[in-house]
Structures are given as structure tokens and as C-alpha cells.
Design a protein around this ligand. Structure first.
Ligand code: C5P
Length: 226
């Protein structure tokens, strides 16, 4: 089985509040993106990484890969306007075309382990589409833009969804083409696959698999590494 991991790293990270996009910010001496790449590098079931990034950072990423001994980056491609456009571009590469399973993993989730990534690959091959999720700790309410509560959803049926999200390649490619035809824009890859009508399975996520989005997340990440 051949597996490629797509890493969308083309975001500008406006919620993080630093001049440098957050994926390149150093976390206890090592850039967040490098920590994520190292985790995937160590996962033997993954053969290739396709990175989507702004062209301004392509040579910087290539230099980082060399410095840290990351050998699995098969292509660094141009990101798109939205995260979904970045993934669409990555799916056009011959590297993805040669893969049975494609995983998509946020550049800013460095706390993945090889056993977790491998469990996602296996579940993706078995089910076609799989996402890791956690039951939210908070009660989740749906609100209007004006701040009025519309509904309170039953917590045990809700999941906060993480990456890596895993797919049989043909499922993901077909879903992304349908989304482009219909102008659907989702916040994760599974929503694109759901919209195309494919079933998506949920497996248990990992609590430490945080997405470094805000300055406080960054402090949590430092804490987890100490
Ligand atoms: O914006 P958000 O936090 O959802 O971004 C998740 C991931 O998608 C980040 O790794 C970010 O760099 C990436 N991204 C991208 N292309 C965009 C926007 C975000 O690759 N146009």
C-alpha cells in the first residue's frame, strides 16, 4: 500500500498574531512545521509528503528539510486562496495519483505519533474515509450571528474533529472535483467528502493532538514538550 500525506501549510495564520506564519514559528528551538514533518518522517507506512505553501517559503522549506534530515517531501507546491484550494492543487500531483491512501494533516498539529498515523491509514483503506474526533468537553450551542441561541446539541453525539484525516485516493479526488463543480467550500476535507455523498467514519482522536492556532495554544505546546 502506498500512502502520501498532504500538508497544507499555505495559511497566513492571522489568528496567531505573528509576522511569520505560525507553521514556521520556532517551538522550543524547532519550527512547528518541522516537528510535524519529523513525526511523519518517522512513520514507515508513509512514503511521500506533498507540501502546499506560499512560493515565498518554498526555498526556506527546502532548506529546513535539508537541515533536519526530512527526506519524504516529494513535492512542494503552490498553495491556494483557501485551504481547500491548497489540497486540490496537491491532489493534482503525480505523487498523489500513485497513492492508494492519501492523508491530509495540518502543518500546525505537531503532536502526532506513528502509531496514530498508521491507525488512520488502516482505517482509511478499510472504510474509504476516516477522521479522528473527540467528544467536546464543553456544551455546544448553535447561535445566530446576533448571538441568540438556536439549539443545544446533545454532546455525546458531537465530535471535535482533528487531522490526520485519511481517504482512499479515488474517494478524495472524486469529492474534490465535485466540490469544485458545485462551489462547495468546507473547513475540513471530510466535509468535502460528506458533501459528495461518501460515508465518513470517526475514530478516537488524541487529546494531545492540538492545533496550534492562538498564542495560548503555543504556550500549551511548549508545556507538552517540557
Ligand atoms: O486556517 P486554518 O487554521 O484552518 O489552517 C489549517 C491549515 O491549512 C494550516 O496548516 C494552514 O497553513 C493551511 N492552509 C493552507 N492554505 C490556505 C489556508 C490554510 O494550506 N489557503
Amino acid at each position: 500500500m502506498r500512502c502520501t500525506v498532504i500538508i497544507p501549510a499555505a495559511g497566513s495564520g492571522t489568528r496567531f498574531g505573528s509576522a511569520l506564519p505560525k507553521q514556521f514559528v520556532s517551538l522550543l528551538g524547532v519550527p512547528i512545521l518541522v516537528r510535524t514533518l519529523q513525526a511523519i518522517e518517522q512513520t514507515s507506512a508513509v512514503q511521500n509528503i506533498v507540501l502546499a505553501a506560499s512560493p515565498d517559503f518554498h526555498s526556506f522549506i527546502a532548506d529546513l528539510a535539508q537541515e533536519y534530515g526530512i527526506t519524504k517531501i516529494a513535492a512542494i507546491i503552490e498553495g491556494g486562496k483557501e485551504r481547500q484550494d491548497s489540497i486540490f492543487n496537491a491532489l493534482q500531483t503525480s505523487i498523489c495519483a500513485d497513492s492508494n491512501v492519501v492523508l491530509v494533516h495540518d502543518a500546525v498539529r505537531p503532536f502526532i505519533t506513528s502509531d496514530f498515523v498508521e491507525s488512520i491509514i488502516e482505517a482509511a483503506w478499510e472504510h474509504g474515509a476516516v477522521v479522528p474526533g473527540l467528544v467536546p468537553k464543553e456544551t455546544i450551542k448553535e447561535c445566530t450571528e446576533e448571538g441568540l441561541v438556536v439549539a443545544t446539541h446533545e454532546r455525546s453525539r458531537l465530535r471535535a474533529i482533528q487531522t490526520p484525516q485519511g481517504f482512499r485516493r479515488e474517494v478524495l479526488v472524486s469529492a474534490y472535483h465535485k466540490a469544485r463543480q458545485h462551489g462547495f467550500l468546507g473547513t475540513d476535507d471530510a466535509s468535502v467528502v460528506e458533501c459528495a455523498g461518501f460515508p465518513v467514519h470517526v475514530v478516537a482522536g488524541r487529546e494531545e493532538n492540538i492545533k496550534i492556532t492562538t498564542p495560548l495554544d503555543f504556550r500549551w505546546a511548549e508545556f507538552l514538550l517540557r
